[in-house]
Design a protein around this ligand. Sequence first.
Ligand code: ADP
Ligand code: MG
Length: 388
Amino acid sequence: MRLAVVAHSDGRAALPMLRTADGQWRRARSGEGVAEALLRLLAEATGTTTRGSFTIRSWTHRIAVGERSIGVDQTNESVIVGDAAVVKWATHLQDGPHPAPRRIAVLRDAGFGGIPQPWGLVTWRQPDGAETLVASVDQYLPGAVDGWTWAVQLITDAARDRRPGPAIDAARDVAALVAELHAALASTATVATMSDAQRWRDAALNTLESVCSLEDSHAVRVARARRGEVAKVLDRLGELGGSPVIEGHGDLHVGQILRADGRFVVTDFDGNPVLQARERILPIPAALDVAGMVQSLSHAAVVARKYTALDPQALAEVDTQVRAAFLDAYTARIGQLGHAGLYDPDAVAPFRTQQVLREIIYAASHLPRWMYVPDAALPALLGEGIPT
Ligand code: ADP
Ligand code: MG
């Protein structure tokens, strides 16, 4: 068995491979034992080992048997082993450095308990020297659902029953988790340069320009009609030079927060897929992660309304309460942890705005059926109310 890096016409892939009876290598499928073999390798190789261009980091002595696939997405193929671990093969390698290895190592060293326990990582050194992630192994959490399930459900229930308590409690728990994540990453803190701030501002304004040139949708029309006002909000990113940045999550939204057994954990440290690899690893203001979460809570409310007939007034109240609870609890917890200085609440609005604009572009280019979300979210964010 092997883990092989293979060149495809559309880039490189890290693939689990098996040798056939006639000596040829072919791609292994889930159930053929290559994920189990990786677990055995990790169990034997605790610490860091290098084999050729591969580096193996292991934090476990455990093994598990019995493979089942939990699906394939655009970048990964995940295999659950023995209901104990999940092995993620990077079936489409990112060119350039990868954010996850360092963030996960820092979180582990800080004793952060808010991620599925990491068992190990395999990285591969590219010909240009950059290290990218080819496989990761984490503790498997049976029954875990992400926020596009749990948050949508809690918001739906809250608006329907006019009982916001459980949704607010969840928002507070997740806020504390995010604050604890940031505190655990505080050792990576540096200070943003003027050129970092310029880059954020220019990227956001470019995103606005791209949105305005898209084909019509409600959100695109709103962006065009209120372009000056939106640009003014985004422009504030240019003032963040000199403020603290950390090697934060970088792609935080409710879909990255799993709930299992009533407990929340944060996953997916692959960075923001809309950025180039070299930018994906750069430090970010903590407010970017906060904005990502807050805006996705708004999006979850839009999703809730699509699937259940809900009183718009009741839903708007829940949406507002949940976001306020998240922000209050985050601010309180990051303060308690002694890291209030990492968080600039004034940066949340521009980053939220950028997030909705990115969703418009994402929907237009990859997922048109998602457009109803930014169609409702952009006017809501600009204080116009949700269009019906
Ligand atoms: P990607 O977004 O690249 O597909 P994620 O790491 O975000 O990968 O995981 C995708 C989904 O797989 C999650 O939404 C969750 O449902 C499931 N999942 C991921 N990690 C675990 C885990 N440790 N335990 C249980 N389920 C998981
Ligand atoms: Mg994900």
